[in-house]
Design a protein around this ligand. Structure first.
Ligand code: KG4
Ligand code: ZN
Length: 376
């Protein structure tokens, strides 16, 4: 029975998971309302909100699981990557619980957590075999990473074979939504509006990755890195050359007036050109993610694909991955929608094999804002 705690970004979460697969509780509180006026996460405000939420969130996770704290066998916590001040809140609280109750503490990498969000549900459902090795795309507000995933006995291993060179995909969704006056977070609102636009209406650049000199033994086709700044700039140029700024300003003003609504979803008032731009942007990001991931899957001859992280809840991305992977004879696995975005069930699930292997954290463990996962 592992209690997981997650506080790396703007969600305070706690969950109890039995045997690494059975979800007994899953509590997530979001800070969207706090950060909304700034159009992005403000680190100082995030730590303060985590401090406020951590005790009630953990208490609720234990209550929802119908347990006493003394029934927990180990405490698991996100060590990184993430915002240092936010991570520290979760780590300090998890340490205190482990110390007070004389139970082990397990430190978990947030990115490994996202991968285990899929493995957790899969172990439970037993629907189709998730054969190893797998290629995992972790695609969120902070990361766009490709990992080769393998398992021997109970030990999981990861090799980072691709990463974003600039913005993460989720960050690009957030920045484009902010630029167009659509609110925050950008992913869900862009997904909702994109179905009303024509994804082929506005030409978007294919991301061009310059091959680093150190890696001159590779050609561009063998590089699985991502870059979304070109697509973001194309949106900005389009806005500048199509006299869209007045409409954007009036949406921003409208958003500023309504406090409960955090995104602009008055579709009736959005002109077709803006809807087409939104759909074309989403399509460009989706195509880039799918194309590079499938290319890497072929190169590394993997048996399955895992797609996880906040952006993995995007319906268009899921559909495109599912159909294109099928054409390559690959099965693709996603987390259920509730486990795509940040949560603590994925942290407790990732901690389970470590718990069984006796891989416990020292009481002096601290936050690691740029903690890498696996080897490169
Ligand atoms: O995994 P997550 O909750 O937090 C991080 O670890 O970053 O991901 C949040 C990110 C945000 O950038 C948000 O805009 C994006 O995921 N996102 C989406 C969707 N839902 C959330 N992006 C595209 N489509 C969505 N439906
Ligand atoms: Zn995340």
């Amino acid at each position: 029975m592992i209690l997981g705690i997650e506080s790396s970004c703007d969600e305070t979460a706690a969950a109890v998971v039995r045997d690494g697969e059975e979800l007994l509780s899953n509590v997530v509180t979001s800070q969207i309302a706090t950060h909304f006026p700034y159009g992005g996460v403000v680190p100082e405000l995030a730590s303060r909100e985590h401090l406020r939420a951590i005790v009630p969130v953990v208490r609720k996770a234990v209550e929802d699981a119908d347990l006493q704290l003394s029934a927990i066998d180990a405490f698991a916590v996100t060590q990184g990557p993430g915002l240092a001040g936010s991570l520290l809140v979760g780590i300090t609280y998890a340490k205190s619980l482990a110390f007070a109750l004389s139970k082990p503490l397990v430190a978990v990498n947030h990115l490994e957590g996202h991968i285990h969000a899929v493995l957790l549900e899969h172990r439970r459902s037993q629907s189709a075999e998730l054969a190893m090795p797998a290629l995992a795309l972790v695609v969120s507000g902070g990361h766009t990473h490709l990992y080769l995933v393998n398992k021997s006995d109970t030990i999981w291993s990861y090799r980072n074979v691709g990463r974003t060179l600039d913005d993460a995909a989720g960050e690009a969704f957030d920045k484009v939504a902010k630029l167009l006056g659509l609110g925050y977070p950008g992913g869900p609102i862009i997904e909702k509006l994109a179905v009303r636009g024509n994804p082929r209406a506005v030409a978007m650049p294919l991301s061009q990755i310059k091959v680093h000199r150190k890696r001159h033994d590779l050609d561009a086709e063998q590089v699985y890195d991502f870059s979304f700044s070109g697509i973001k700039t194309a949106v900005l140029r389009f806005v500048e050359t199509h006299a869209m700024s007045n409409a954007i300003e009036s949406r921003k003003t409208a958003l500023g007036r309504v406090h409960e609504s955090r995104t602009y979803d008055d579709v009736q008032n959005l002109d077709q050109l803006t809807l087409d731009l939104i759909a074309s942007f989403q399509e460009a990001v989706v195509q880039d993610l799918v194309r590079k991931t499938l290319r890497a899957a072929q190169r590394f001859e993997v048996e399955s694909l895992i797609v996880s992280g906040g952006v993995a809840s995007n319906r268009r991305l899921r559909d495109e991955f599912t159909s294109r992977a099928q054409a390559h004879g690959l099965r693709v696995f996603f987390p259920g929608r509730g486990l795509s975005t940040d949560n603590a069930a994925m942290i407790a699930a990732a901690a389970f094999p470590k718990y069984r292997a006796g891989d416990f954290a020292d009481i002096h463990v601290s936050a690691e804002a740029s903690l890498p996962l696996g080897t490169r």
